[in-house]
Design a protein. Structure first.
Length: 317
């Protein structure tokens, strides 16, 4: 592929978008378009369409989203549903309207039913009820997946959806009100270590199982989709391995060096009991995760410590 091909990365400041930018540059791509949310409000269809019509990218990667954990989803259901639909719909519309031939839509494994058979394959989509605690985000992302599928089917354009499992890594969100479980644990254990190794209170029972993928592996999956025309409209992106939340807590505690106790608050929700993706579809084409969880957590904690003074709280409006 021509390394000078024009690529627009929406959401380049976020954890996923920034990882994609790093990976593209490392791979030799030179013509990358980026625009901050201050300069381009992706919720505004007119502005987005005008931007795409002027810049004329050949590929659009949609890594922009309003994201968060169980608490944030519960507190801001309207924002999670409405703003995510606005962002993705505006980008997909502008891409189609301006004849962009390749569009890579990034979603989340929460699009699948709460009690889907494990490991979850792509055909499980829309076969049963969603997990209530993150249904708002899931419904938004499902609509994006189906919209890309519709354009692919009706207009024969290379619009593809990549559904990653739980992502983590540098530039993650460590705000305890809006973060996901892994970065939240890093923050809690680090703060507790500094506070005389006080006990750490964690939500739920610790019994659910989750799969985690380092964001740099996710970025390589995006590069794979950039450089290849994938035959299906939807692909799971994951490590293919899961871990008990209690074991994750122990691993992070050891990495951080916290010496206190872990206390589980079973009055708080666990969420989906298990969520492991079947990644055989993308694996058969040639992409596989490379970074193991232990090394990934060590890498993320080092980044957190090195950047702790510059990490900002994340608010949802």
């Amino acid at each position: 592929m021509d390394k000078d091909i024009k690529i627009y990365i929406a959401g380049h400041h976020g954890m996923v978008g920034s990882a994609i930018c790093r990976a593209l540059k490392k791979q030799g791509f030179t013509n990358l378009i980026m625009k901050s949310s201050k300069d381009l409000d992706l919720r505004n269809q007119e502005l987005v369409n005008k931007f795409i019509s002027i810049e004329k990218p050949e590929i659009i990667i949609d890594a922009a989203a309003v994201v968060g954990g169980i608490l944030a989803n519960d507190q801001y259901p309207y924002q999670f549903l409405m703003q995510n639909m606005q962002i993705q719909n505006n980008l997909i519309y502008a891409a189609h309207h301006n004849n962009v031939q390749k569009f890579i839509f990034l979603g989340s494994s929460c699009i699948y039913p709460k009690l889907a058979a494990q490991p979850i394959n792509e055909d499980s989509l829309l076969t049963a009820s969603l997990e209530p605690t993150n249904q708002w985000y899931a419904i938004a992302k499902i609509s994006g997946v189906k919209l890309c599928e519709a354009i692919r089917k009706q207009f024969n354009k290379d619009f593809v959806s990549l559904m990653p499992t739980n992502l983590y890594g540098p530039f993650d969100n460590f705000d305890l009100k809006t973060s996901h479980v892994l970065p939240a644990m890093i923050r809690k254990f680090h703060d507790a270590k500094l506070n005389n190794n006080e006990d750490v209170l964690l939500w739920g029972s610790g019994k659910p199982m989750r799969e985690f993928l380092h964001v740099d592996d996710m970025a390589k999956a995006v590069i794979f989709a950039v450089e290849n025309e994938l035959p299906d409209y939807l692909y799971n992106i994951g490590s293919g391995k899961d871990i008990l939340i209690s074991e994750l807590a122990n691993l992070i505690q050891k990495t951080v060096g916290h010496k206190g106790k872990i206390v589980w608050d079973s009055s708080k929700p666990d969420g989906t009991p298990r969520k492991l993706l079947d990644v055989s579809r993308i694996n058969k084409l040639g992409w596989k995760a490379q970074i193991d969880l232990k090394r990934g957590i060590e890498d993320t904690y080092k980044w957190y410590c090195d950047n702790i003074e510059n990490i900002k709280e994340v608010s949802i409006k």
